[in-house]
Design a protein around this ligand. Structure first.
Ligand SMILES: *[C@@H]1O[C@H](CO)[C@@H](O)[C@H](O)[C@H]1NC(C)=O
Ligand SMILES: *[C@@H]1O[C@H](CO)[C@@H](O)[C@H](O)[C@H]1NC(C)=O
Ligand SMILES: *[C@@H]1O[C@H](CO)[C@@H](O)[C@H](O)[C@H]1NC(C)=O
Length: 179
């Protein structure tokens, strides 16, 4: 009887722990499932509405599609890190000289606020690990080839807006495959 009780307790504690631990490994799984898309829908609209039509000019830097394809099959935590880092890199771009930009200021601000909220929610989700070098290189090249070489002109920023839209759409597609 005594022995049975001890075993039951051990068993119960094991079950409890595995439930709690599994949850803490992925604190934000539910959050991504339920809220990522809502925020994303809002900042996509703002990105569309803050200026005129998205430019038809081609962006002279290619998004790392091969890295993206790897992410589609990656572990959940790696995917979350990829989302986190991509949004962080977009922020760094929008921190550059925007004097020439003609977009509606309020919508631009709101866009950045919502994107930042998305970043805040992702940031603490999983433990950080090594960076995605290929992704970092892409954003660095984008900065150099578009913003710097085109002298932070309004047209340069239109290209950044176009590429940002594309990249955020890719993240949405990735999130849709995550579970
Ligand atoms: C914007 O795009 C729409 C739909 O493609 C088009 O009808 C409209 O003429 C465009 N506006 C400008 C200013 O190019
Ligand atoms: C998210 O990105 C920020 C900025 O690079 C970093 O400090 C943080 O550790 C990242 N979090 C994860 C989970 O990768
Ligand atoms: C770059 O743009 C700034 C204003 O945004 C201007 O003062 C400067 O002369 C430009 N430089 C070149 C090389 O076009």
């Amino acid at each position: 009887m005594q022995r049975f009780t001890m075993q039951s307790w051990t068993y119960l504690i094991l079950i409890l722990c595995s439930t709690v631990c599994a949850k803490s490994v992925c604190l934000c799984c539910d959050w991504i499932q339920d809220h990522y898309g809502t925020l994303s829908g809002k900042y996509h609209s703002l990105l569309d509405e803050m200026g005129g039509n998205i430019t038809e000019q081609e962006v002279p830097v290619d998004f790392p599609e091969s890295l993206y394809r790897l992410m589609e099959d990656a572990q959940y935590e790696v995917q979350v890190r990829f989302l986190n880092e991509t949004i962080h890199e977009i922020f760094k771009l929008f921190d550059e000289n925007m004097d020439a930009v003609t977009w509606e200021e309020k919508k631009l601000d709101d866009f950045l606020i919502l994107l930042h909220r998305q970043f805040q929610n992702l940031k603490s989700c999983v433990s950080p690990a090594t960076k995605f070098k290929r992704l970092e290189r892409f954003f660095k090249t984008l900065n150099k080839k578009v913003l710097v070489e085109m002298n932070y002109s309004a047209q340069a920023w239109e290209l950044i807006r176009k590429e940002t839209k594309y990249v955020l759409e890719k993240l949405d597609l990735l999130v849709a495959t995550m579970h």
